[in-house]
Design a protein around this ligand. Structure first.
Ligand code: SF4
Ligand code: FES
Length: 217
């Protein structure tokens, strides 16, 4: 199947431009497979990050057909329902863009410095405060661990940070991953509606934004 890829390309501090590439692909090919083929077969100058190609490392976060996600997670079959059709060629047309709310270094590679700095502003990630320190390890039941699944499994890909409207209007807001790292570990039996900032959070910017939709890949 022939598919077109509209890739938003940019050099640091320059205007973005659109490059269109066309590939013969299979439905099961991931978007990362397609970007690899574009780079290896069509244009070696295309810049993007990747590492595990298995939704573990968080390197390949980017905007695919309008929303931030992982290029190694999404495949052609799934994206066909989301993408547009090229009016001239009649071919499916995928749009690939860098993550939002972060400055572009090159093409699909963004500068994650602000993301990491905001994460570091949440202290601690795991709190032992107000808990009796056991002689050996802290024991946790499967039920207690399951309460952390939505947040403890964060791979720091930046997708939620990219598409967060609160972050867009308030650059001082630390971004969605920070509350998710700082809170549930501190108050592991609480629910989201009981959410309170940890006492020793260094940066409180954004704790007052209220409920915002949690987007996670
Ligand atoms: S919480 Fe945000 S940074 Fe963490 S995995 Fe989900 S989308 Fe990525
Ligand atoms: S390459 Fe590691 S998450 Fe996609």
């Amino acid at each position: 199947m022939e598919v077109q890829f509209q890739v938003i390309r940019q050099h640091q501090n320059q205007q973005p431009r659109i490059e269109t590439y066309q590939l013969d692909v299979e439905p099961g090919h991931t978007i990362l497979d397609c970007l690899n083929r574009i780079k290896w077969e069509l244009d070696g100058s295309l810049g993007f990050r990747k590492n595990c190609r298995n939704t573990i490392c968080g390197s390949c976060g980017m905007r695919i057909n309008g929303r931030a996600t992982l290029a190694c997670k999404e495949n052609i079959a799934g994206e066909l329902a989301r993408c547009e059709t090229n009016a001239t060629t009649g071919l499916p047309q995928m749009t690939i863009a860098p993550l939002g709310n972060l400055p572009v270094i090159k093409d699909l590679i963004v500068d994650m410095q602000n993301f990491w700095q905001h994460l570091e502003s949440i202290d601690p990630y795991v709190s032992t405060e107000a808990r009796k320190i056991p002689e050996r390890e802290f024991l946790q039941t499967p039920a207690e661990r399951s309460q952390l699944e939505a947040t403890g499994n964060c791979i720091m890909c930046g997708a939620c940070y990219s598409d967060c409207n609160a972050k867009q209007v308030n650059p001082r807001f630390c971004g969605p991953p920070c509350p998710s790292q700082g809170l549930p570990h501190d108050c592991r039996s609480k629910r989201w509606r009981d959410f309170q900032p940890p006492r020793n959070t260094k940066s409180r910017h954004g704790w007052g934004v209220g409920l915002y939709p949690l987007l996670c890949v």
